[in-house]
Design a protein around this ligand. Structure first.
Ligand SMILES: [Zn+2]
Length: 451
């Protein structure tokens, strides 16, 4: 039945998503373009067994969007007892080495800030919860002076192609913090993002408050996202992740870093653009905020939270874009900007020809093995499977999308200007994907019942 669901989704995205042609970019960087001499972890670390794809391994990897592509992945919240052994081993090794702080899980109701057990201070250096405005120095909150780091959360979505087209027309790139189950639901929009040479980064599998999860649950949220992106981008390994709602603490960020080599990126300003469709804010208010921020000081550089969840949120960026340029901001995709010109752990960009595959991932630290870009014969391709039920399928996924974009969230503290020592975290786009994943499960069950 899951195969039928994916066929359903593939048919839908053919209806909703027009592929954006890649006309090339000529971005230049005054930063180090060199390849890393080794991946994040040492060669004997179990994490090296996590991502095994290599371009010369003889394996015929399924096309993105095909049933075989989606089959290995969970359709909703990952089961912590059904994780690949390598991931659990990597977690256990990190815990045993004392690298994962023993911080209690928070708890909370949907759309409320997570609360820690009595006796746990969320702003203490030991816990350092980003939700409570504690900035861990290892996380990224600010951009370099004078820069606007472009990024969007919660894709891929039905309006992703509109955003990509605008970016492409203006010779811009962005980092897209993607939700795993959304990649499964919108594979064509995912591939359009990749083929436009925009960056793919991790925004978890089902968009939970990460500090509420167990260590294994955190591993599942990040690991499945990493694996799907890895398999769907020609072997690229994401370098950055952004916690949903900006909710992270020292335990969560340590697991991301120690198990998967992921660096945490938050933001220093929040448009609350997710709230346009819910009435929590208006396009005019978003634009007023953008006018204020973009005409402000150039230090620190701006990392503004924006979403591709709806046409309204995409339009909010399009409306603000002239202000970015007229105020003299230099623009880069966020991952390239803070990643010294490299968007992925083992590749320069989505279109670069420098993917380091087997050699660096299975114990050979010498980056001698390179691969071709996604446009080559060894790169992932999109499945064009269609369904005779395309019409009803379209309705189904549009409804799913509506659920995604219409869910409200609560807000934390706001600030009119970014600072280097205090957070301006707002809640990031609500409880949307919990509902999305629930909806997908319900859809799968419905399809099974009907078919
Ligand atoms: Zn989000």
């Amino acid at each position: 039945m899951f195969m039928r669901f994916i066929t359903l989704s593939a048919a839908i995205v053919l209806v909703h998503g027009a592929l954006i042609p890649h006309d090339g970019h000529d971005h230049t960087h005054n930063v180090n373009q060199g390849l890393p001499s080794a991946w994040f972890q040492t060669d004997d670390h179990p994490v090296h067994a996590l991502f095994k794809r290599a371009f010369d391994d003889g394996v015929d990897y399924p096309a993105v969007g095909s049933p075989a592509w989606s089959a290995p992945f969970p359709t909703s919240t990952p089961d912590p007892n059904a994780l690949p052994a390598e991931w659990v081993n990597a977690l256990d090794a990190a815990v045993a080495a004392g690298k994962i702080p023993n911080i209690p899980q928070s708890s909370g109701k949907p759309q409320t800030n997570p609360v820690y057990p009595s006796g746990t201070n969320p702003t203490s250096p030991e816990v350092c919860s980003a939700t409570y405005k504690c900035r861990n120095s290892g996380d990224i909150w600010n951009g370099p002076d004078g820069y606007f780091g472009t990024s969007f959360d919660d894709g891929p979505q039905p309006f992703t192609p509109k955003l990509l087209q605008f970016l492409d027309q203006n010779n811009e790139k962005a980092t897209h913090f993607m939700i795993g189950v959304n990649i499964l639901a919108f594979p064509q929009q995912f591939m359009a993002t990749l083929n436009s040479d925009n960056d793919i980064a991790v925004h978890t599998w089902t968009h939970p408050y990460m500090t509420t999860l167990s260590n294994r649950d955190i591993v599942g949220q990040l690991g499945w996202s990493m694996e799907l992106i890895h398999r769907s981008t020609g072997g690229r390994i994401p370098k950055f992740w952004r916690p949903p709602f900006g909710d992270s603490d020292n335990r969560v960020r340590a697991i991301a870093q120690e198990v998967f080599g992921l660096q945490t990126i938050i933001w220093n300003l929040d448009t609350s653009d997710w709230g346009i469709t819910t009435g929590a804010t208006t396009p005019e208010q978003v634009h007023t905020n953008m006018q204020q921020w973009l005409s402000g000081p150039k230090s620190p550089g701006l990392i503004i939270l924006e979403h591709e969840t709806s046409e309204a949120s995409v339009d909010a960026f399009i409306a603000a874009y002239p202000l970015i340029k007229s105020n003299g901001w230099k623009t880069e995709s966020l991952a390239e900007l803070v990643g010294n010109g490299r968007s992925y752990r083992n590749a320069g960009s989505s279109a670069s020809n420098d993917v380091i595959s087997a050699g660096i991932l299975i114990g050979n630290a010498s980056p001698s093995n390179t691969s071709s870009a996604p446009s080559s014969s060894s790169s992932p391709s999109i499945s064009t499977t269609t369904s005779s039920n395309a019409s009803s399928a379209s309705s189904t996924t549009q409804t799913t999308s509506t659920v995604v974009v219409s869910t409200a969230a609560t807000s934390l503290a706001t600030s009119s200007t970014p600072t280097s020592n205090s957070s301006t975290v707002n809640r990031d786009c609500g409880f949307l994907t919990w509902i999305l994943s629930t909806f997908i499960s319900a859809t799968v069950m419905s399809v099974a019942l009907i078919w």
